[in-house]
Design a protein around this ligand. Sequence first.
Ligand SMILES: [Mg+2]
Length: 419
Amino acid sequence: MIITKIETIRVGQFSDLIFVQVHTDTGLIGLGETWYGASTVESAIHDHFGPLLIGRDPAEIERHWQTMFRLSDHAGYGGAELRAISALDVALWDIKGQVLQLPIFEILGGGTRHRIKVYNTLGVFCDITEGYDVWKDPVEVAQSLLDEGITGMKMSPTDFIARETDGQILFKDDLDWVLRPLREIRDKLGMAIEVANDAHAKWNLPTALRIVREMEPLRPMWHEELISPLNEEAHVRLQDATSTPIAAAERLMTRYQHRRFIESPAARITMPDLTWTGGISEVKKIGILASAHQMPIAPHDCVGPVNMFACAHIAMSTPNVMIMEYNRATHRGWYGDFIEPNFVVEDGYLMAPTEPGLGTRLKASVKDRPDATVRMSNESREPWLMSNKRYTYPPPELQDEFINSTPRRKSGSEAVYYD
Ligand SMILES: [Mg+2]
């Protein structure tokens, strides 16, 4: 089997969302996705990684990941390149599952569970509050989740006041005001529902220290990105100041950045975003690394629907996944316009996908939308960084002499990477 075409699909309605479909000569198609800077990711896929994969065997996922990462790392990994790698990695796992006629989690070691607890994020964009006003009706929102068996939620109460001062100074009365919804939930519902605090990295360290101390009596499930995880020593000081676990972080990329927050006392929960940090292949490794430090992982979501399926396979096969982020409004809303089947949440649990591969397909109607941008690559090509033309020394006749200079080289060995 070889990869024949790489296709990207993005839509005007969600300008950050991009799907990738990896086509094979057997007709099997793998689906992946990422979020943010969709047109930049599109370029990374068609200019760099797509032509690298076309003509190659989709089964060699680890080899492809390493080659794509090495290409990206040459200019500093992360950003759109890594999001492109993440989307392609998910699509390759989807193909492997379809070939083997197994859900991906069965290939990742099998099910350690067949459902995972979810918490509902009440974020700040994409109309994800289902018409509830979390400022006015916090208890009503929380109760509606509890009624469905969802016993955890996430709020971002301090984002509003951080904007005003760029997170540089915090006033006590402002903090008291924005914490009113959470206090109301605790007053009326006690600890019936866990509430996580996400601050989207908007604060500096002194204000973050003040927030964790003020929130201590409210017993949040965790604090997430009160400060940006640019410096693990600052995070150590933050974690030392509170008994609440610090979660880090959706903006850490690959095992190499997560390692520093897993091995140090900078955080107590690992929170990778699968579609940003390297895909299924990388989050599986991050989970294993965290398990060696007796640390749970809680995959990040609040992006597109394919991420939920990909994270479900991680959650089913990785014992130290503690909970999965989820948004009830997008699940019941626009996700169904793009994928079929949709994932299943029952009694507060995300259920294991049952179909081979990822367990869902992009609806054919998505490409027909008037706001859709569809782009296809079908030519194999070496990206310039990997072109042999760059390696002009020694001259070809001496390269041949070098290659043939010892019996070991004559016997040859298969290169791990393409270069
Ligand atoms: Mg977050």
